[in-house]
Write a protein that binds this ligand. Structure first.
Ligand SMILES: *Cc1c(COP(=O)(O)O)cnc(C)c1O
Length: 384
């Protein structure tokens, strides 16, 4: 009944690739030290700036998102130095693990999964540990679907300490406003396979002058992830090692799409998808994991109805050609997550809602078919 290789991919990364981006990536290879490559590298770095909200040129890495998380750590923190990690889920925990691996003294502010930190808790943690070298945040915590308010949290760190602010914006940059300079963020890292609509394999890091002054003094052993090499090379329109040129062709095409739509309109679209997805889930009386205030425009997490396993829902959807994400770690089987970032618009989400209704009905959950779709359409009609 379904075309099984026609996949509606609705996980929070990797995300679907737009046709123009797919086509751009199949261009014939060029020399990575050629003038064409330099022009391209300079151009994409320049055009990424507005998404980071900075005057600094974002550095380009070949690697998955975690490569730049690790780069942010190894270039700034030396063994024995004290740091604070605000952990709101799996990805905050990943920062803590990397820091532990590199010998940092890791203080944690653990926040209940599905919530954002209370600014007062952050303040008291900062006062409790006056020697922090850096504070680590995740903008969108992909495992729960919260969007941490970096605009509030980062200035708070600066008010109470001298620590660097380092932000993982992998699953939000390109879909959600980010103002690195205005919010006083020192290092912002992002990746390619989420809102930037290209496959995994490129990662970005923007670095403030304050962070550079720390990085210059850092003497941790490092080679591939040494940020100074990337800065020096970028000034000449190149990268220290062979870049994933095909992915950069893709990034160029993806930025063209984002520029044509307009950054504000891109953010507005993601906000709208959050609203219609939440309205649809609420209409089904399934509990949303995040409050309206804390919810990310890029991914929506939902608790299963009492007594059923969200993995059954996922496998039903898979049969209908729709791929959504489950829960990670202790949330496995308990939640499902709908990714709505990148190359995604409302008419990509309606079939997901329809399929969820069909699966729930099959599992004898009380509902009227069409409930979720109708609620989504009602929200959508306000935008047309
Ligand atoms: C996807 C993601 C990453 C990067 O993961 P990789 O698998 O290394 O690309 C990091 N942080 C967040 C918040 C993410 O969503």
């Amino acid at each position: 009944m379904f075309i099984t290789n026609k996949i509606n991919l609705r996980i929070p990364g990797p995300t679907p690739i737009p046709p123009s981006v797919q086509a751009a990536m199949s261009q014939p290879m060029i020399g990575h030290r050629s003038n064409e490559a330099s022009t391209l590298i300079k151009s994409v770095s320049e055009r990424l700036k507005p998404f980071f909200g900075t005057t600094e040129n974002p550095l380009l890495f070949t690697g998955s998102g975690t490569s730049v998380l690790e780069a942010a750590v190894v270039n700034t923190i030396q063994p024995g130095e004290e740091v604070l990690v605000v952990v709101t889920g799996v990805f905050g925990d990943r920062f803590a693990k990397i820091l532990t691996e590199y010998g940092a003294v890791v203080r944690r502010l653990d926040v209940e999964w599905g919530k954002t930190p209370d600014p007062e808790d952050l303040t008291s943690r900062l006062q409790q540990h006056p020697n922090l070298k850096a504070v680590f945040f995740t903008q969108c915590e992909t495992s729960t679907g919260v969007l941490n308010p970096i605009n509030i949290l980062s200035p708070l760190v600066k008010k109470h300490s001298d620590a660097l602010v380092i932000v993982d914006a992998v699953s939000s940059l390109g879909a959600v406003p980010f103002e690195m300079d205005a919010w006083n963020v020192d290092i912002t890292v992002a990746g390619s396979q989420k809102a930037f609509m290209i496959p995994a394999g490129l990662a970005f890091a923007a670095v403030s002058p304050k962070a550079w002054s720390i990085i210059e003094k850092n003497n941790n052993p490092k080679f591939y992830l040494d940020l100074k090499r990337y800065r020096e090379n970028l000034s000449k329109g190149t990268t220290p090692f062979t870049p994933a040129v095909s992915l950069i062709f893709g990034l160029d095409a993806a930025l063209e799409l984002l520029e044509a739509e307009g950054m504000t309109e891109v953010f507005h679209r993601h906000e709208g998808m959050k609203n219609l997805t939440r309205a649809a889930i609420s209409a089904l009386s399934l509990p949303l994991m995040t409050s309206e205030e804390d919810a990310s425009p890029t991914v929506t997490s939902v608790y299963g109805a009492d007594g059923w396993d969200s993995e059954i829902l996922r496998s039903d959807l898979k049969k209908m050609g729709i791929v959504i994400a489950g829960g990670q770690q202790h949330l496995k089987g308990k939640i499902f997550r709908i990714g709505h970032m990148g190359y995604c618009d409302p008419f990509d989400i309606l079939p997901v809602l329809s399929a969820i209704e069909i699966s729930l009905k099959k599992q004898n959950v009380e509902l009227r078919l069409g409930t979720a779709v109708q609620a989504a359409e009602e929200v959508l009609s306000q935008y047309v």
